[in-house]
Design a protein around this ligand. Structure first.
Ligand SMILES: [Zn+2]
Ligand SMILES: [Zn+2]
Length: 735
């Protein structure tokens, strides 16, 4: 061979060879590659030709090609793929140039492939020279497949791994290999696995399969790079299929499948569906609990571990406030920075409540995570019967101290305006707290929950009792109520006794002293707790993420609804529909003017019952007008009479009789601002003082018998203690 004078300092050589025309070029990067080149031969036992390319100037020709074979780990809910890719690129450069970056701490860069054919001079001395010599022996021990089983057809392992490809961790390599192993049906056997190396071969290597993977990490770098990969299997799948290796899924395997199918998404199929997906895709069986654990692991990977949720809390809230101006958040810590309480009210909601009926529904539910606690949600009801989020937070349990904390924070954004009404389920515990914090506000019980508790006291015909109870609760006048409740008492005396003890003013519409409008918690589409049933199982930050995206979805939906109303419409659809039904009835009623100056009328209905209507006071003796703030048939008849007398357009008057809260204008105002979800943490820009703030997981007293027990107040008529039923939790969900 001719000797060529080469200055090693300024010239790089690119060595490669082609084993056959069909295969791609193989680059020689290190000693190992040289060894493979020397031992490699084609079908006719010919040694391939070595290509030598001379490149002038180190680094000039450095070519980097980055591909992301799979997007594992944290990819935020709303991050574009480009962003992730850019992020990945930057990380790779940083990590490579100064070797400081610990990739495992960086989300979104779990698996990165980098092709760097010119990175290492061929004559460089590898750090792990000794190890490599041992490896050569390993390779020698593997019989050459072409000699032993020439008739077997080669097949690809399906990993897509390339020489030089880099991984953030050994686990990432395992994840990829395991998934491919299940999918392509081959077995893997570990030759060596230590902090610097991972060497795998086919389980049927003794039968001649040469599949081999060697991934190693230099002491200086945190990346694991593929050094040797013989991707073709020559073994028999039939043998592997019936081998006694355990064909079971692990949570890690499930999570890796979910990473592929639902990158960055917290919402994944139910465990039952995951079980069949994994069975269909990989032919692997897994139990319900494995599927569930894999699902949880996926969530952890996307938004970090439960502990990380607390560490990142302040930074997250800072970003939340930044993207949603006007947002108010509070975090209460106790000894050694342990998380205690959290309060969040979004800016758009604080502003929107100004145009809403002043009725706040407070609901609380237990969180089903390792750290427990309670999720408290305060909502209003928009004029179209939809939940309108006001604030939410985390408290430890239902005791006075934590309720007072939450309500005091609530008061900083929703002040104690006259006429404010609170509706809550946990009536006993929250009642006195509302009185303390909001002295002007009135408190009512949640009809839906009260109905559930009432049913417990009924033995015969629970459904009949529930219907009758609602009739009583919804009665507009006291005389109507007396009649209904008298009937109820005769049928279900025990339940009636219970309802008397609760107090009529807490649940009966006509006895209530404040303005509750037609709001009661039983007429909204679904309970707010039902909406976030799944989210309660997530760690803190993923849960907040899910809640805010749901709120944002509602805002968008109702913003569209309000803008798609016909231009002539003046009140929200539900109210328009009520008026639409009442108009023809009102037209048939007889109206007598009592006082034209005060606009007082006597209206006789079709049953010859007379009602007193006062249009100026927006009142009718049927009380329907007074309570709902929507004109009743009598008021509409009176308005019609007035309009005909004065020759004006009757419609104008009728809309004018409705509360301003029902106007489309008010409705649209409540939703005009966009609710933004927190962007992926890769784009967070945080001031130093925020970065310093950390919280640690709470130390809530476990539920059940314990020191806190005496402080916990049961719901109205709550018959038994509610505890999380782990068995039930692990059962398939209804949807
Ligand atoms: Zn094999
Ligand atoms: Zn009326």
């Amino acid at each position: 061979m001719k000797k060529v004078a080469i200055d090693e300092a300024s010239v790089k050589l690119k060595l490669s060879y082609n084993l056959s025309k069909v295969r791609r070029e193989t680059y020689i990067v290190d000693d190992e590659d040289v060894f493979i080149f020397l031992t490699e031969s084609d079908e006719e036992s010919r040694i391939p030709v070595l290509h030598v390319e001379k490149l002038n100037g180190i680094g000039v020709e450095r070519r980097e090609e980055i591909s992301v074979p799979e997007r594992r780990s944290s990819v935020g809910v709303n991050v574009r793929k480009d962003d992730v890719l850019n992020e990945v690129c930057e990380m790779v450069h940083d990590g490579y140039d100064n070797d400081v970056n610990d990739c495992e701490n960086v989300v979104g860069t779990e698996i990165v492939a980098v092709e760097r054919p010119m990175e290492r001079p061929v004559n460089s001395v590898e750090e792990e020279d000794e190890d490599d010599r041992i490896d050569y022996d390993d390779i020698h021990n593997i019989p050459r497949s072409v000699e032993v089983t020439p008739q077997v057809i080669e097949w690809d392992d399906g990993t897509g791994i390339e020489i030089g490809q880099e991984f953030c961790s050994r686990e990432a390599v395992w994840e990829l290999v395991n998934r491919a192993a299940k999918q392509e049906v081959f077995g893997v056997y570990t030759i060596k696995s230590d902090p610097l190396r991972l060497m795998l071969r086919c389980r049927q290597a003794s039968k001649g399969c040469t599949w081999y993977l060697r991934v190693a990490r230099t002491k200086k770098s945190h990346f694991w790079s593929v050094r040797v990969h013989r991707k073709m299997h020559t073994c028999s799948r039939s043998v592997e299929t019936t081998s006694n290796s355990i064909q079971r899924g692990t949570p890690r395997l499930i999570a890796s499948v979910l990473h592929c199918d639902y990158p960055g998404n917290l919402e994944t199929p139910t465990p039952n569906n995951i079980m069949s997906i994994v069975r269909g895709r990989l032919g692997v069986h897994c139990s319900y609990s494995t599927a569930l654990r894999g699902k949880m692991l996926h969530v952890s990977d996307v938004r970090g571990t439960p502990e990380r949720s607390y560490t990142m809390l302040f930074s997250y809230l800072y970003m939340l406030e930044k993207v949603n101006p006007g947002t108010v958040t509070y975090v209460e810590l106790e000894g050694e920075k342990k998380f205690k309480y959290l309060f969040i009210a979004l800016g758009a909601c604080i502003e929107g409540f100004r145009t809403m009926r002043k009725v706040i529904v407070v609901d609380a539910t237990h969180l089903k995570t390792v750290y427990g606690g309670m999720l408290v949600i305060a909502t209003a009801q928009d004029p179209n019967h939809h939940h309108y989020p006001l604030a939410f937070g985390i408290i430890d349990s239902e005791n006075d101290v934590s309720w007072i904390w939450f309500l005091e924070k609530l008061k900083t954004v929703y002040s104690d305006v006259p006429g404010l009404v609170f509706i809550s389920d946990r009536h006993q515990s929250i009642k006195k707290v509302v009185k303390t914090v909001y002295p002007n506000a009135l408190h009512a019980a949640c009809i839906w929950h009260l109905c559930q508790n009432m049913r417990d006291r009924v033995k015969i015909d629970k459904d009949g009792a529930a219907v009758k109870f609602r009739d009583c609760a919804h009665a507009y006048t006291e005389s109507e109520f007396e009649k209904e409740f008298g009937h109820f008492t005769s049928l279900w005396p025990k339940a009636a006794d219970f309802l008397v003890k609760v107090g009529f003013e807490k649940w009966s519409r006509c006895h209530f002293k404040g303005d509750k409008y037609n709001i009661d918690t039983s007429n909204s589409a679904e309970s707010i707790n039902g909406v976030f049933k799944k989210a309660r199982k997530y760690h803190l930050l993923p849960m907040i993420d899910v809640m805010i995206s749901k709120f944002s979805e509602w805002f968008n939906e109702h913003r569209q609804d309000s803008s798609s109303c016909p231009i002539t419409a003046q009140v929200v659809p539900t109210v328009e529909n009520i008026l639409h039904i009442r108009c023809p009835i009102a037209a048939k009623l007889t109206v007598f003017e009592l006082n034209s100056y005060n606009q007082e009328y006597n209206v006789i209905d079709l049953n010859s019952v007379s009602f007193l209507v006062d249009l100026k006071m927006k009142s009718c003796s049927c009380k329907c007008f007074d309570i709902d703030k929507i004109p009743c048939v009598h008021a509409m008849a009176a308005a019609r009479h007035l309009a005909r007398k004065e020759g004006r357009n009757a419609n104008t008057t009728i809309y004018g009789l409705c509360s301003v809260y029902y106007l489309i204008e008010s409705w649209a105002l409540a939703y005009y601002r966009t609710l933004y979800v927190v962007p992926h943490e890769s784009v967070w820009v945080l001031p130093a003082h925020i970065k310093e703030l950390v919280a640690f997981p709470p130390e809530y007293t476990p539920k059940g018998p314990g020191r806190n027990q005496e402080k916990r107040f049961p719901s109205v008529g709550e018959a038994r203690k509610r505890r999380i039923n782990l068995e039930a939790w692990l059962q398939p969900e209804e949807d």
